[in-house]
Each structure stands twice: as C-alpha cells, then as structure tokens.
Write a new protein. Structure first.
Lengths: 323, 245
C-alpha cells in the first residue's frame, strides 16, 4: 500500500465544523461598516443587529438541518407567517389564554413541517416541489385565517417575549442564542446530528448501515417547521401582531445564511455555529446598508447576489479539493 | 446446522425476475465464492440477505432464526456485515465516523444530557482497528473522500469487522485495487476464516476466488446453476457455468 501523505491538516474539520472564511468575512464586514458609520459599533446598534438577526437566525437553523441532509425547505418564510397569524388568532380572536399564543405558533410551524415530511418521504414527491407548494399553501392559509389583515393586540405576557429586555438584552436574542446552543449541540455531537449529515452525504450508505432514512427525514422537516414556528413566535411578539405577510421572502435570507455559514448545499456538511456566523453576516450587511440609507430594494438584490456567490465559492473549493 | 440458510429466495423488479428461487447455505468459518455474469443477480441476492431488499418469496435463516424480513440495522446487529462494491462510505465524514456509522457509542454529558457521541472512544477504537488490519491511513480524522481507493477499502473493511461479525459479505472487494492491495485483502479473508468467520466473496476475478474459497457457487439469470467444492472444480468449468455454454 502506498503511504502518500494524503490528509493535510487543511482537510481536517475544525471542532465547530464551520467555514473559517465566513468568520473572516464577518469580521471584515464589521471593520468596513464601523469605518463607514460611526454608529455601527455602538451597543444599541449591535443589539439592533442581533435583534434583527434573531428571526432569520432561527429560520436558518431549520434550513441548515434540512440542507445538511440534502433536502430543501422553501416554505420557511411562509410557515413563519402562518405561525405568527395562528398564535395571534388563538389569543386575540378566540380569546384563549396567552400560553396558547406560544403553543399555537409552535404547533402551526410543526404541523406544516410534519406535512412536508410526510409528502416528501411517503409520496416521494421532491422536496423542492412539496415545500414550494407549502410556501403557497401556508401563506394563503395565513391570509385566510386573518382575513388578509394583521391581528393586533396581544397580551403583555406574549409581547414580553418579543420586546422584553432582561439585563438589557432583547428577549428574541436570548431565545435565538438558547435555540442555537441546543441545536448546535445536537447537530455536532449526537447520533441524530451525525445521521443527519450522513444521510446528506451518502443516502445509500446511511441505509446500508441501518439508519432509518425516511423516518429521519420526516423528523427533519418537522424540526424545520418547528424552527419556523419559533421564528413566527418571535416575529409576532416583537411587532405585537399576527401579520399574514410576516416573513415574506425570508427563506431566501435563511438559506443564504446557512450556505455562507458552511452548510453544503448538496448535503453532508453543516453546523449551527457556522449558520450563526452566516446569519450575522446577513444581519450586519442589512444593518450597514440601512445605516448608509441604501434603499431596501437594493438589499434584496444584495442578499440574492451573496447567495449565488457563496454557492459558487463552494463549488470552486470542491473542484480544488476533490479528486 | 448451517450459519446462513437461504430457501427459495425470489425477487422481482417490475417484470424482471432478478432471483428465481435461490437456495444456498453457508457454514460457519467457510469461504464461499459467488460468481456470475453481470446481471446474474449476485448483488441483488446479497442485498436481500442484508435487508436492503425485501424478498418476494422464500425464507432466510441465520443462526437458526428466521430473519427474512429484518431491517438492515437488525441484520447488522445479529452479525452479518456487507462490504459494498461502492463501499457505502460517507465521503465528507471522517474515517473514525465512517467506521462507526450507524452504531456510534454514546455517553451522557454532565451525567444527564443523553445521546452524546463518544468521540474519544470512536477515535481510539478506529485507530486500533486499522492498526490490526495493517491499513495505512494517515489520520482517522481525515474525511474519507480524500483517501485513495485502497485506503477507502480498508475503512469499509474496518467497519465490517469492528463489531465481531459472524458472516462478512464482500462485493467485488478487489476490483479497484492494485496487486499488492489485492494480496492484502486475500490474506485478510484467510485470517477471517481462521477466526471461523464465514465469508461470501463476490468477484469477477476467478483467480482470487480460487485462491481463498472452499466452495464456488455460480449464479445465472437469478438461479444457482452450480455449487461445487473449489478443490474439485476447475477454472474452465466455472467459466462455462458463468457463460452458460
């Protein structure tokens, strides 16, 4: 057998399985922004960025799990909207006690993801089609439930989840970090997380080694839906309303955050730590463009361009390292 | 009693009859060479044993127990391992993870958070296993995708042997290897036999099959057409079984 020194340290994965380049980009972006705007590095602005990143960040966690398993969830943004409306509907229109606002939002997200998973694995319809369909269905349902109008006025307990600031830190940021820590641990260190990556890496191998691929996939879409539910809850409580247009096009930003954080678009690699960096890059980018008073239409263009660029970079790296 | 007994296994894919009543037994510690032309049904038969395919008819017994409809995970847990032709490795995961794929040992974090993969144990055991096999892998932390074909083969073999199997099925284990690596695999098969582990060897390379097997079974169009002691047959005879002349 030959003993060519194949594996260099470069090919080893670091402890957190993220892309180091993305951290460099984040730092560079922060430096540029702080030069361009004196407000950028103020505490209140940093908290603003984290607050704005929380919703997208939680959504991107769902996207990371699904994409790492070589799946796709395009319905994230719409399911966020449905969750926000459903939670607000239960407490405001049906007069249920405030905990139902939380349970309702989480349930609506979970249910939509559960349906996605069932359709994808049992009827064998491609994830792209199922979740694209769900994108339309969930948004439509949100508009039907709310009669097309935002449902205003939530109990103060719920509003605290979105607007409360224990120790000066916005609640959504606390929720985001708590969810991120737990989900990072699961993806990086548990059997469930490992099997998620293996299914994305080589589905046949996963099957052959006894991993129950279909059942695992179903749980991943339900998980992704649940993340959209949490994001919906954050959105709803932050704006104090169940807005049926909440989260429009958020899947674009969430998937972009996951990809630039190091998730392999074709599955097999991904980490929540990386995704958080990706989400922060998106947050800083949007915040910076806001500070420089760039019209939001251009921001949408910028996000789309970043997504394409990140995937191109990944393809380029792949060509270099694979043989 | 034989270790593995196949009784009239049938498998159809649509209108194609891939297996038409295959009956075969494998004794503990014996090496059976399974030969046949492309499309004869060799791989289908093995995937039926390992639970990837569900047979349409017939029965599979292992160690005296009926395992006909068992899942791949359960088949592995009772001691049947298969090394696939395409190796069934996850290229972006590291060597250690691949060796323990689907059977990661776990521990709990801080005593109460469950399900944590025991990485130090996986890494240590993987290194030990590769060393025992005499495989030269630069690091068990390298992704499998960057390794050479022979090194990947070693990882697949290590995965099959780590959990003390009773039967190892090898699908074309030497097809992609250099001459010296082939000898290494053949030595390994002899070593398994010494440890009374049964081996089913699928190979197009008849010299390899003759070198290590006790019995040679030829499959054609989904049926067994010859089942002979290796010592009592010849290369020409086996070839004629395969091509059906």
């Amino acid at each position: 057998m030959t003993t060519a020194p194949v594996a260099t340290p470069k090919t080893r994965q670091n402890r957190f399985y993220f892309r180091v380049e993305s951290l460099i980009v984040l730092v560079a972006l922060c430096v540029v922004m702080s030069v361009l705007s004196p407000f950028f590095l103020t505490t209140s602005n940093i908290l603003n960025i984290l607050l704005a990143t929380a919703t997208i960040g939680v959504l991107a966690i769902g996207a990371t799990y699904v994409i790492a398993s070589a799946g796709l969830d395009l319905s994230l943004g719409s399911v966020l909207g449905l969750s926000a409306v459903f939670g607000a509907f239960l407490v405001d229109r049906l007069g249920m006690p405030w905990p139902f606002g939380i349970a309702g939002a989480l349930f609506a997200g979970f249910a939509a993801g559960y349906v996605n998973g069932q359709l994808i694995t049992r009827l064998r319809i491609p994830a792209f089609i199922v979740t694209l369909g769900m994108l339309g269905i969930a948004r439509g349902l949100a508009l039907v439930i709310s009669s097309g109008q935002a449902i205003y006025g939530l109990p103060s307990e719920l509003v605290y989840l979105g607007q409360g600031r224990p120790l000066g830190i916005p609640m959504p940021v606390i929720i985001f970090f708590a969810v991120a820590i737990v989900t990072h641990y699961i993806l990086a260190n548990t059997k469930y997380g490992k099997h998620t990556l293996v299914i994305g890496d080589n589905e046949q191998a996963a099957r052959a080694t006894g991993i129950q691929v279909e059942r695992h996939r179903r749980s991943l879409y339900a998980f992704s839906g649940l993340m959209a539910g949490i994001a919906g809850l954050i959105f709803m409580t932050r704006v104090n309303a169940g807005d049926p247009t909440a989260g429009l096009n958020y899947e674009l930003t969430a998937i972009t955050a996951a990809i630039i954080g190091g998730t392999n678009l074709f599955g097999g690699r991904g980490s929540i730590f990386g995704t958080m960096i990706g989400a922060l890059i998106m947050g800083v980018l949007q915040n910076g463009l806001n500070l420089m008073a760039v019209q939001s239409y251009y921001q949408q263009m910028a996000i789309g361009a970043v997504l394409i660029f990140a995937v191109w970079l990944d393809q380029f790296n792949r060509k270099v390292t694979e043989r | 009693m034989s270790l593995l007994e196949l009784d009239g296994i049938q498998k159809r894919f649509g209108s194609v009859e891939a297996l038409r009543g295959v009956t075969l037994s494998v004794e503990a510690g014996s090496v059976v060479g399974l030969v046949g032309d492309n499309g004869a049904g060799k791989s289908t038969l093995m995937k039926t044993i390992t639970g990837i395919y569900e047979p349409d008819g017939g029965a599979i017994r292992f160690d005296g127990k009926d395992v006909t409809l068992d899942t791949p995970g359960h088949i592995r847990s009772i001691g049947i391992e298969m090394i696939y032709q395409d190796l069934a490795l996850a290229p972006q995961q590291d060597v250690a993870s691949n060796i323990f794929l689907g059977r990661e040992p776990t521990k709990s974090l801080l005593g109460f958070i469950p399900g944590l993969i025991d990485r130090p144990k996986i890494v240590a055991e993987a290194e030990k296993m590769l060393q025992r096999l005499g495989a030269r892998i630069p690091s068990v932390l390298s992704p499998v995708g960057v390794l050479s074909g022979g090194q990947q083969q070693s990882v697949a073999i290590a995965r099959a042997l780590t959990f003390g199997p009773k039967l190892v099925i090898m699908d074309e284990p030497t097809a992609a290897l250099a001459v010296r690596e082939v000898d290494h695999v053949l030595d390994l098969i002899r070593e398994l036999k010494r440890q009374s582990i049964a081996v089913i060897l699928i190979s197009h390379r008849l010299t390899d099959v003759f070198a290590v097997s006790d019995r040679i079974v030829a499959l054609r169009q989904g049926q067994i057409i010859a089942d002979e002691q290796t010592a009592e047959t010849s290369m020409n005879q086996v070839v004629s079984h395969i091509v059906g002349s």
